[in-house]
Write a protein that binds this ligand. Structure first.
Ligand SMILES: [Zn+2]
Length: 354
C-alpha cells in the first residue's frame, strides 16, 4: 500500500515502455573530470566575455564566498555540479566557480560538459536552492534548524564582524551553507542545548527567535555566572516580581508594545542588542528609562557578572547611555527578583567554556 491507501502498482520496466517506440536519442553530453587551473579558468571566462555566451551577470561577492569555501576546506570535491561549456569553450554554467578558482589560486576538479547548446541554459539552475537549515540536517541537527542557522549567522556577526561592521549592516554579510555548517561544528555545536530557553524568551518576551537563542547562548558563554544568568532569564521571561526600575521590566514593556518593530532584516540584531544591553544594565545594577538600541550604537560586549566579593564595587562598568539610571546591583539581595519563583528548568550548563 502506498500513502494514498491504494495498492501499489509495480512500474513497468523502462525497456518494456520503449520496446515498441523508436529508440530514444540521448542528447546528454558526455562528462569528463577535468582539473581546472586558475589560468584555464581565466581563459574560459575570457571566452565567455568575448562571445557573450552567458547573459548571467557575474556576481563577484558570490564568487568570493565560494572562494572562501575553497580556501577554508569547506569546498566538497565530490560535488558533481557540472561545468557546462558551449562550442566556443565559454562557460554557460559555472562562471562563479571558475572565478572562485581564480580568487582562491587553487586548481580544482570539475565534471565538464563540452559543446552544450546555449539554449540549454534556459533550464539550468532552476532547481530549488538548498538552505543552510537543510545543510545542518546533514550534520545531525534535529529540530529548529532554521532558527539555529539564523542564530549561527547572528553569532558569527557578533563574534567576528562586530568590530568591523555596524550592526544595521549585518544583513549584507552573507555566509555560504558550507560556512554555516563549519561554524556550527567548530564553534556553536552546543547551541541546541539552549533551544528551551529560546522558546521561553520568544513566548515570554516576544523577542525574535535568533535574537533569543543568541542572547541565551552569549550570556551563558560570556556572562561569567551561571546562577546570575539563571536569575536574569527567569525574571526576563516571566516578568513576575519585577519592580518597575528593573531594566528587564522596561525591556519587557518595549517588546510588549504594539509599536515595536516586528519584521525586518535587522530585527534579530536589534533585538539581540536590546537583550544584551538589558543584561549589562541588570548585572551592573543600572536601569534605563526607555529601552533603546540605536543604529549608531555598537553591539555591546557582555559584562561579566560580579563575583560576591566584587558586589560592593557598584557601577564598575558604567554605561554611557543617557537613559541609564543607577539602581541596586544584581546580587544585592532584594534587587534579585524572582529567585523564589518556581519555573521551568533552564538549560544551565556548569563549566561553560570561556
Ligand atoms: Zn558560446
Amino acid at each position: 500500500m502506498n500513502l494514498s491507501g491504494s495498492p501499489c502498482i509495480p512500474h513497468k520496466p523502462e525497456s518494456t515502455v520503449i520496446e515498441d517506440a523508436a529508440p530514444v536519442t540521448v542528447a546528454l553530453p558526455d562528462l569528463v573530470r577535468e582539473v581546472v587551473t586558475p589560468a584555464v579558468a581565466a581563459e574560459i571566462l575570457e571566452k565567455t566575455r568575448l562571445h557573450g555566451c552567458n547573459p548571467r551577470k557575474l556576481d563577484s561577492s558570490h564568487a568570493r564566498r565560494l572562494a572562501r569555501d575553497m580556501c577554508s576546506g569547506s569546498w566538497d570535491d565530490y560535488n558533481p555540479d557540472v561545468l557546462s561549456l558551449c562550442g566556443h569553450g565559454a562557460a554557460i554554467q559555472g562562471q562563479h566557480r571558475l572565478e572562485a578558482v581564480i580568487i582562491s589560486k587553487t586548481p580544482r576538479s570539475f565534471l565538464v560538459a563540452r559543446d552544450v547548446p546555449h539554449g540549454a541554459a534556459t533550464t539550468m539552475d532552476c532547481g530549488k536552492a538548498r538552505s543552510a537549515a537543510t545543510a545542518l540536517s546533514l550534520v545531525g541537527v534535529g529540530g529548529h534548524r532554521k532558527d539555529i542557522s539564523s542564530t549561527i549567522r547572528l553569532l558569527q556577526n557578533y563574534d567576528v564582524e562586530r568590530k568591523k561592521v555596524a550592526w544595521p549592516a549585518w544583513r549584507s554579510v552573507v555566509y555560504t551553507n558550507a560556512e554555516i555548517v563549519r561554524f556550527f561544528q567548530s564553534k556553536y555545536s552546543d547551541l541546541p542545548d539552549f533551544l528551551p530557553l529560546m522558546t521561553a524568551l520568544q513566548s515570554g518576551v516576544f523577542s525574535a527567535p535568533a535574537a533569543s537563542l543568541a542572547c541565551a547562548y552569549l550570556v551563558h558563554r560570556d556572562g561569567g555566572s551561571t546562577s546570575h544568568a539563571h536569575d536574569f532569564f527567569q525574571g526576563l521571561v516571566s516578568g513576575a516580581h519585577l519592580d518597575t526600575a528593573d531594566p528587564r521590566w522596561i525591556t519587557r514593556r518595549y517588546f510588549h508594545s504594539p509599536a515595536r518593530p516586528r519584521r525586518s532584516n535587522i530585527t534579530s540584531a536589534l533585538h539581540l542588542g536590546l537583550l544584551l544591553k538589558t543584561w549589562n544594565l541588570w548585572v551592573t545594577g543600572q536601569t534605563w528609562g526607555i529601552a533603546n538600541f540605536r543604529a549608531t550604537q555598537r553591539m555591546p560586549d557582555i559584562v561579566n557578572a560580579p563575583c560576591p566579593a566584587q558586589a560592593q564595587h557598584a557601577f564598575k562598568n558604567p554605561c554611557q547611555d543617557r537613559h541609564v539610571i543607577p539602581r541596586r546591583r544584581a546580587g544585592d539581595g532584594a534587587s534579585v527578583p524572582g529567585q523564589t519563583m518556581s519555573m521551568m528548568r533552564l538549560p544551565m550548563k556548569e563549566g561553560f567554556p570561556a
